[in-house]
Design a protein around this ligand. Structure first.
Ligand SMILES: NC(=O)c1ccc[n+]([C@@H]2O[C@H](COP(=O)([O-])OP(=O)(O)OC[C@H]3O[C@@H](n4cnc5c(N)ncnc54)[C@H](O)[C@@H]3O)[C@@H](O)[C@H]2O)c1
Length: 250
């Protein structure tokens, strides 16, 4: 195969969760530009995005079943949907803990399991999960979120071993700070409006801590996902691709 062709996704069918905004939307666009037929899913729904809550195993299974029935295959599953959480262990309520784990960890588990059922039957496929650079950088106030992402990494590695005999690859991308709706949330005033000045100041401060000197763009994470989802990563499984501007180098 000519090397560049290994990135071609023509004829592949992909699902991307959390596709209504940010990194997920960029993933859906990039995979589609690479030739895949992409079905986006998100709890909010939206234009060309199926309304699916990944914390519901039933909804995720129905999504995968519908896509398989309509397209006859599922080649790429991107379990990307996630929510942020800030708060020390002492401040975190049971409800917050349950919600973050239900979306960030169980949501990915549901997607992995539903996709793996189809992929093992069809004998091929690849899964890409979205973790986070917080897996490498413990910091006050991140226990709930970071633990959910660490669980995603362990799930990714374990499933990679379980599915390797069938040639199904499972990897994760660990984005550093990327400018999306999740990051904007920190800069909302009580009335919901965006404090753009504070956002610029804070993002500039945070960018200074990144060796590349800036925050990432959603498309830069999507391109890492594209690589992992493509035949170019044919010998890559159970790995975490850190797209973080050099912010963490474990
Ligand atoms: N932006 C960053 O700096 C950053 C860094 C590291 C990791 N991440 C991870 O990247 C992923 C995408 O985040 P983003 O930055 O694009 O944020 P975002 O808020 O722009 O996108 C997240 C999407 O997930 C959807 N979602 C939330 N709960 C859902 C549910 N229960 N079911 C289905 N969809 C749901 C949201 O509606 C939203 O469209 C998340 O897993 C996040 O943890 C983001």
């Amino acid at each position: 195969m000519v090397e560049a062709k290994a990135f071609d996704l023509t004829g592949r069918v992909a699902i991307v969760t959390g596709a209504a905004s940010g990194i997920g939307r960029a993933c859906a666009q990039v995979l589609a530009e690479a030739g895949a037929r992409v079905v986006g899913a998100d709890v909010t729904g939206g234009p060309s995005v199926a309304r699916v809550d990944v914390s519901s195993a039933e909804q995720v299974e129905a999504l995968v079943r519908d896509v398989h029935q309509e397209h006859g295959r599922l080649d790429i599953m991107c379990n990307n949907a996630g929510v942020m959480h800030d708060g020390s262990v002492l401040e975190t309520t049971d409800e917050e803990l349950d919600r973050v784990l239900a979306i960030n960890f169980k949501g990915v588990f549901h997607g992995c399991r539903a996709a793996a059922r189809v992929m093992t039957r069809q004998g091929h496929g690849t899964i890409v999960n979205t973790a986070s650079s917080v897996i490498d950088t413990p910091a006050p106030g991140t226990a709930c979120y970071a633990s959910s992402k660490a669980a995603v990494v362990q799930l990714t590695k374990t499933l990679a071993i379980e599915l390797a005999p069938q040639g199904i690859r499972v990897n994760a991308v660990a984005p550093g700070l990327v400018h999306t709706g999740i990051t904007d949330r920190h800069f909302r005033r009580p009335d919901g409006s965006l404090d753009a000045e504070q956002r610029t100041r804070k993002l500039t401060e945070m960018a200074a801590l990144v060796p590349l000197g800036r925050v990432g763009e959603p498309v830069e994470i999507a391109q890492a996902v594209w690589y992992l989802a493509s035949d170019a990563a044919g010998f890559v499984t159970g790995q975490v691709l850190r797209a973080n501007g050099g912010a963490a180098m474990p």
